[in-house]
Design a protein around this ligand. Structure first.
Ligand SMILES: NC(=O)C1=CN([C@@H]2O[C@H](COP(=O)(O)OP(=O)(O)OC[C@H]3O[C@@H](n4cnc5c(N)ncnc54)[C@H](OP(=O)(O)O)[C@@H]3O)[C@@H](O)[C@H]2O)C=CC1
Ligand SMILES: O=C(O)[C@@H]1CCC=N1
Length: 264
């Protein structure tokens, strides 16, 4: 991965998070170029030795991999701007929600291989869940891509039809999980803790719950059964949450996000 030259177009929330993740993973800063129209907002990256540009066409020259992280509605215009600077064999990863491979191919030269990547903002800490769809890449390219994104968290390959579902579950999922953390913290304050301590307790508890599932592969309910003492306080709290629609609210939220991707 240290040999790849990487160009990130669109240094916003996600583009910047990826740049930070690559630097943490040990990619030499000189191998990274990142663009946005207001490059001064990436001054901290410049200070770390990353080349920051506002000229996309200049930035893609020499890149082995171009990562496109602008808003979906900007995709066509941005690709038209770099089209004539791209050369055969370059790979292009699109992070953009709801932009199909078919659309990307129609905007790109035939010799440039597009694939879709759906990470989340935990990529800045090398803790992303990244779903990738790369049907046009050969096995060697897929291996390179997998190795690269595995330096930034977990990677799975999926069919493109599942990209919308991956976006909701993995990318939006960060916000959904954080809202749980915020709500639990607010509850913690009401029962006696200061905000900082409440947040620390909730965050470490969520991390512990996550590790119980990741390290054992158990169904969540199996681990829940170990906490719910008969006639105890946990089951009373859980049941009260379910009476208020806890699981149902989460599932409905996922569906609203999912339907919005599909219906625009
Ligand atoms: N945020 C997230 O958690 C996730 C986002 N995504 C997808 O990633 C993409 C980016 O999302 P996000 O980072 O949140 O959005 P942001 O708005 O934070 O970032 C987009 C960036 O693109 C820059 N930009 C706009 N036009 C150009 C241009 N012509 N050339 C170069 N840069 C440009 C903007 O900066 P400036 O105005 O200075 O040019 C802006 O900072 C979206 O398509 C989104 O669907 C996918 C998964 C997760
Ligand atoms: O909210 C959004 O549209 C983007 C896609 C996934 C996360 N953020």
């Amino acid at each position: 991965m240290k040999n790849l030259n990487i160009c990130i177009i669109g240094g916003g929330n996600l583009g910047r998070a990826i740049a930070e993740g690559f630097l943490k993973a040990g990619l030499p800063a000189g191998k990274l170029v990142i663009t946005r129209r207001r490059p001064h907002l990436l001054e901290d990256l410049t200070k770390k030795g990353v080349r920051v540009e506002s000229d996309n066409a200049a930035a893609v020259i020499g890149a082995d991999l171009v990562i496109l992280a602008v808003k979906p509605y900007q995709a066509e215009g941005v690709l038209q701007g770099i089209r004539s600077s791209l050369i055969p064999g370059q790979m292009l990863a699109s992070l953009m929600t709801g932009v199909s491979l078919e659309s990307l191919k129609s905007w790109l030269p035939e010799t440039v291989i597009p694939f879709r990547v759906m990470p989340n903002t935990a990529i800045a800490l090398q803790e992303s869940m990244t779903c990738i769809s790369a049907p046009d890449c050969n096995d060697e390219q897929k291996e390179v891509i997998q190795e690269l994104f595995e330096t930034l968290g977990k990677v799975i390959y999926i069919n493109e039809e599942l990209m919308a579902a991956a976006t909701v579950l993995g990318a939006c999922g960060i916000a959904f999980a954080l809202r749980f953390i915020r709500a639990a913290t607010q509850g913690g304050i009401e029962i006696g803790f200061g905000a900082e301590v409440a947040q620390e307790i909730v965050a470490q508890t969520v991390k512990g719950a996550t590790e119980l599932i990741l390290q054992t592969g158990h169904h969540p309910e199996r681990e829940i059964d170990k906490v719910t003492t008969p006639k105890g306080i946990t089951i009373s709290g859980l049941n009260a949450m379910e009476h208020q629609g806890f699981s149902s609210a989460l599932i409905q939220g996922l569906l609203v996000s999912y339907n919005k991707i599909n219906n625009g």
